[in-house]
Design a protein around this ligand. Structure first.
Ligand code: PMP
Length: 450
């Protein structure tokens, strides 16, 4: 049974869909929690929004003081189906009341198998596939690399400029940006090599030119004989929502296929309807050998997957993959409900509609504000890159100030970018048009004041 209530502490789509700031920010209740946070939580785990959340749903997040913020971040592309989605909440509650854990390595259960079947069906390509489940995006990436090394018998891994793949040791090595992700945390995993990506706004190269540049560097500096895998986010997320030029990904994939190199698409941020299709690889016409997933997969519960060609996935020896919690039954139940919502609520179509609104509104702002150098993305994964109009140099200060001003006015927006000069828009796919327009009015107004 779905619990829909007017209790303000219950989240989900019945929360009033409005922007409402009723106290100073942070309000007294949030302030008290933030003070305890400072005393109890490690300083390295810092929070962008100075509010303590108590409920969320649809397109809003409500804080401990009753302030209601428009959510344009979805907890970094996680709650795409909507926070506390009724079907997800119900599935979690029902599963938690029945079986919370066995460890899949001790005894299997059907929901893990069902999630694997769903991922095998939904990821690009109609070849025979297998899936393994984990807890986080970083863990999925780590395992994709382990699998590629086993299958190829080779060691080197190529990642790209602007890449973000996580915060574990190997994924820090794969990640391109020092601060805040890597600074002081080395030494990093060996046999990770970085090559230039495609960043049309900044490099001006065509897709084939950018691919040639990357491939030439791989051949000269590493050699296909040593290379197990190439890993890339088809649209780079933390790096700035960078959409590669046409032809770039196709050529890299073709080179990998011709050279016995496993091509891994990291769709942790782009997956699950975020870009208008279930996975963004489809839009570039590529079929990855392995796909990593997490974030949107389970409506906010921690779950991640590696899905790929059966012969690659099955090359690993028995018990070579696993972990205590990977594919936890409660997370799997949430994933099945979330995946059903993506499919039956046409959230891909909704992502495209939200993307149209975002691009239209940002383009209108840009007409009179040359500090917006580029607007890019797919579906409801849209970003604006800010520059100094005189030089084209990145303008990170504007972005920082704009995000803070929007927060004060009741809108959660996230920043990103190799140069920290990108505002990214990742609304829950269930946000209403009116609420999105209200949030973009705030963005436009606040930008004018900077
Ligand atoms: N890969 C990509 C593309 C990501 O965007 C992220 C998270 N931002 C990760 C991997 C790491 O995921 P997690 O934080 O769940 O470990």
């Amino acid at each position: 049974m779905t619990t829909l209530s007017t209790d303000p502490l219950l989240g989900g789509p019945t929360l009033p869909q409005e922007r409402r700031i009723v106290t100073e920010l942070p309000g007294p209740a949030s302030r008290a929690i933030l003070e305890r946070q400072r005393a109890a939580v490690a300083a390295g785990v810092s929070s962008a929004m100075p509010i303590a959340a108590v409920a969320a749903g649809g397109g809003v997040v409500v804080d401990a003081d009753g302030n209601s913020f428009i959510d344009l971040g979805s907890g970094i592309a996680v709650t795409s189906v909507g926070n506390a989605h009724p079907a997800v909440a119900e599935a979690v509650a029902a599963q938690a009341a029945r079986l919370t854990h066995t460890c899949f390595m001790i005894s299997p259960y059907e929901s893990y198998v069902q999630v694997a079947e769903a991922l095998n069906r939904l990821t690009p390509g109609d070849h025979d596939k297998r899936t393994a489940l984990f807890n986080s995006g970083a863990e999925a990436v780590e395992n994709a690399v382990k699998i590629a090394r086993t299958y190829t018998g080779k060691q080197a891994v190529v990642a790209f400029d602007n890449a973000y793949h996580g915060r574990t040791n190997l994924t820090m090595a794969l990640t391109a940006k020092n601060r805040p992700y890597k600074h002081g945390f080395g030494p990093f995993a060996p046999e990770v090599h970085r090559v230039p990506a495609s960043y049309p706004f900044r490099d001006g190269l065509s897709g084939p030119e950018a691919a040639r540049r990357a491939i030439e560097q791989i051949e000269i500096q590493i050699g296909a004989d040593n290379l197990a895998a190439v890993i890339i986010e088809p649209i780079q997320g933390e790096g700035g929502f960078i959409v590669p030029a046409d032809g770039f990904l196709e050529q890299v994939v073709a080179w990998c296929r011709a050279n016995d190199v496993v091509f891994i698409a990291d769709e942790v941020q782009t997956g699950f309807c975020r870009t208008g299709t279930m996975f963004v690889s489809e839009q570039f016409g590529i079929v990855p050998d392995l796909v990593t997933t997490a974030k949107g997969i389970a409506g906010g519960m921690p779950l991640a997957g590696v899905t790929g060609r059966a012969e690659i996935m099955d090359s690993v020896h028995a018990s070579g993959l696993g972990g205590t919690y990977g594919g936890n039954p409660v997370a799997c139940a949430a994933a099945l409900a979330a995946i059903d919502a993506y499919e039956t609520e046409d959230l891909g179509g909704r992502a495209n509609r939200l993307g149209e609104i975002l691009v239209e509104r940002l383009a209108a702002i840009r007409q009179t504000d040359p500090r917006i150098g580029d607007i890019r993305g797919r579906g409801a994964m849209i970003a604006a890159e800010f520059v100094d109009p005189a030089t084209g140099d990145p303008a990170p200060a504007i972005v920082k100030e704009l995000a803070a001003a929007c927060a004060r006015a009741g809108v959660i927006v996230l920043t990103c970018g190799t140069y920290g000069n990108v505002i990214r828009f990742l609304p829950p796919l269930v946000i209403g048009d009116e609420l999105l327009h209200d949030a973009l009015d705030v963005v436009a107004d606040e930008l004018q004041k900077i």
